[in-house]
Design a protein around this ligand. Structure first.
Ligand code: ADP
Length: 622
């Protein structure tokens, strides 16, 4: 009898453990397979609790044919079978191998043994379901080793179902035999109990590989549901046994007075009701999880719709703004060109009569051409920004790294910005740490783009005062070595209009232009900083902003760059000064009257441009 107590208690503990794991996994993942598992263990719990509690209270097993005794087991076998079918692919379910049929004769033989204990319908049902379970498990294992095309995860769950059927088969068979073989029932039962844990493990192995919808329920609610269930299971399980124990004692006094009575029948009914309460509670939790998930999904959808609407409206604003931004330089280009046409015709006419005024007209024309050039460049910048952003969004932007010279980047960028700053009457200063290594490894083109974008903004949003570019090593001062990364810190500060604190978080969002009240006259698309930010992220760098509204802003960028040469940048201020003093207008130095070039282009105007640009070189073009 002691073996029976042990067997039933171990089984009950294993089932409760597996039930809790399954329910927690269901709450945490909302996967249908875990729901099957919960129902399987609830069914098993229903019967196991009933049998164990009855055994503890009454010191004997309940009437085996009682429908209460088998209700739980019968439900769980059916769910086990359905779960196996659910896990299999259609292809696997259609697979046939003669070995799959082995369980059928064995189970028929076992049924004939079991029928002597009565409960025919019950026995036939159980044996039939378990025959299907064992056939399906053999099918799964054979299919995996013979037919699988891509390497699916090991069929652990099929192994589990197969072993489970073997142990159950052993239990049922040995329990209906006599002599020493009967005692083989106990090891089979213990293995079966351990099998419950194998069940949850193998199911999680199988599910891990598939992706289903993620649970959206708040962690706090998940924890409340989990702990409430643990408390309910503990209270009801112990409470049920205590209650049944108490009823037995109360009845014992009455039964001694009225001897022939079935008053003890109340005890299985009470135990059954208690286990039902636990099941009902588990089902309530399943519903709560289901509805909570639905609510969370709805909230997520609503939030996604809000974000989509917001981004849609930002896009519409962007398009409206963009049309304006594109139209402005195009109008300037066409307008200026119209003037060039008119005035050059006029100059041609007056050239022979009045060469002085003709010269004046040509001077004006070069001024107009300068304006066309600048409008053309703004148009190109806008279009490049749009293309860059689309490229980044499509995941097609790649960082192309190579060795470059830091001084060359700084020189070019500074010269370009100096002109713009000068035109606005701003002071432009460049401060570069002398000891910085000059040879670095990274994406030079994108680094130029990042620094230019930030500097352009500083000039654009500053009406008076100064713009300063400062470059230094932002690292901890650790030893600089070739092949190691250094932290290239780029700081751009201005004394411009500044940015409101609440606007800083939107600064790097695409299509976002802020403080439009004050910026309405400044050209811009709201793309520059979005692109800059993404490029910096792609280079594993960071960018930060600090600003005092109305006083100015400071943009600080950190970019990890590999050192390829320790030669220092040196006195950049001196080099920069020199380069600023040099003639800025490019001069044609190549003359090759004997050379001949074939230019191929399907756009007529490109042929005109190429030929025109090469005119001074005296190269013959076809
Ligand atoms: P835009 O083409 O409008 O300049 P950006 O993405 O470069 O687009 O900048 C986004 C917004 O950030 C600008 O519209 C401007 O309001 C603000 N901003 C950027 N740089 C500065 C700065 N240095 N000072 C003040 N405001 C700035």
């Amino acid at each position: 009898m002691i073996l029976d107590y042990l067997e039933n208690s171990v089984q009950l503990i294993m089932i409760i453990t597996a039930l809790l794991i399954s329910l927690f996994r269901y709450i945490g993942s909302k996967r249908l397979c875990w729901l099957y598992s919960v129902i399987f263990f609830l069914g098993s719990f229903l019967s196991s609790y009933f049998w164990t509690a009855y055994l503890i209270v009454m010191g004997d097993y309940p009437n085996a044919s009682s429908i209460l005794a088998y209700f739980g087991w019968n439900t769980s076998y059916m769910v086990f079978m359905l779960l196996l079918i659910r896990i299999k692919s259609k292809e696997e379910l259609r697979y046939f191998h003669p070995l799959m049929l082995i369980p059928i004769p064995l189970n028929i033989w076992q049924l004939s043994l079991y029928l002597q204990f009565g409960g025919i319908a019950n026995s036939v049902y159980q044996v039939a379901v378990f025959t299907v379970v064992s056939c399906l498990s053999i099918q799964g294992i054979l299919w995996y080793y013979r037919k699988r095309i891509n390497r699916k995860s090991h069929p652990w769950f099929m192994f589990c179902a197969f072993l489970f059927s073997c142990f159950e088969f052993g239990m049922w068979t040995f329990s209906s035999l006599e002599g020493w073989v009967y005692y083989l029932y106990y090891p089979c039962s213990f293995l079966c109990s351990v099998g419950y844990l194998f069940f949850v493990w193998s199911l999680s192995q199988t599910l891990e590989k598939n992706t289903e919808d993620r649970v959206l329920i708040d962690n706090r609610i998940q924890n409340i549901l989990k702990s409430t269930f643990v408390v309910i299971v503990a209270i009801c399980s112990f409470g049920g046994i205590l209650l049944a124990d108490w009823i037995r004692d109360v009845l014992a006094q009455g039964v001694s007075e009225i001897a022939e009575t079935n008053a003890y029948d109340i005890i299985p009914v009470i135990l059954f009701l208690i286990s039902e309460i636990i099941s009902a509670f588990a089902i309530t939790i399943i519903f709560v999880v289901y509805f909570e998930q639905k609510v969370a999904e709805n909230n997520k959808l609503r939030e996604e719709r809000r974000v989509a609407e917001q981004s849609n409206s930002a896009k519409s604003d962007f398009l409206a703004n963009m049309s304006h931004e594109i139209r402005t330089p195009i109008n300037a280009i066409l307008g200026m060109n119209e003037i060039v046409l008119r005035e050059s015709i006029q100059a041609q006419k007056s050239l022979s009569q009045d060469p002085v005024s003709a010269r004046k007209v040509f001077e004006d024309i070069s001024g107009y051409s300068g304006n066309i050039d600048s409008a053309g460049h703004s148009l190109l910048t806008i279009i490049n920004d749009i293309l860059d952003l689309s490229k980044i969004e499509a995941g097609k932007m790649v960082i192309t790294e190579d060795s470059y010279e830091l001084s060359s980047v700084l020189n070019d960028v500074s010269n370009m910005i100096a002109l713009k700053a000068k035109a606005k009457g701003l002071e432009f200063t460049v401060e570069v740490e002398d000891s910085l290594p000059n040879g670095l490894y990274g994406d030079e083109v994108r680094i130029r783009q990042i620094i230019t974008n930030i500097l352009n903004n500083a000039v654009k949003y500053t009406d008076e005062g100064s713009v300063t570019l400062s470059i230094k090593d932002g690292g901890s001062g650790s030893e600089r070595e070739i092949g190691r990364d250094m932290d290239l810190q780029i700081t751009v500060s201005d004394t411009g209009i500044g940015i409101r604190e609440e606007d800083v978080s939107h600064l790097f969002e695409k299509f976002e232009r802020i403080d439009l009240k004050h910026n309405s006259t400044i050209e811009g698309t709201g793309l520059g900083l979005a692109i800059t930010h993404r490029l910096i992220e792609m280079m594993n760098g960071t960018v930060g902003v600090s600003s005092a509204y109305g006083k100015g802003s400071v943009f600080t960028i950190h970019l990890p760059q590999k050192i390829v040469s320790k030669e220092p940048v040196g006195d950049f201020r001196e080099k920069y000064k020199k380069s600023m003093e040099e003639e800025l207008v490019s001069e044609i130095t190549l003359h090759a009257p004997d050379a001949r070039i074939l230019i191929v282009d399907d756009t007529r105007v490109n042929l005109v441009v190429a030929t025109g640009l090469l005119k001074d070189t005296q190269i013959v073009t076809d």
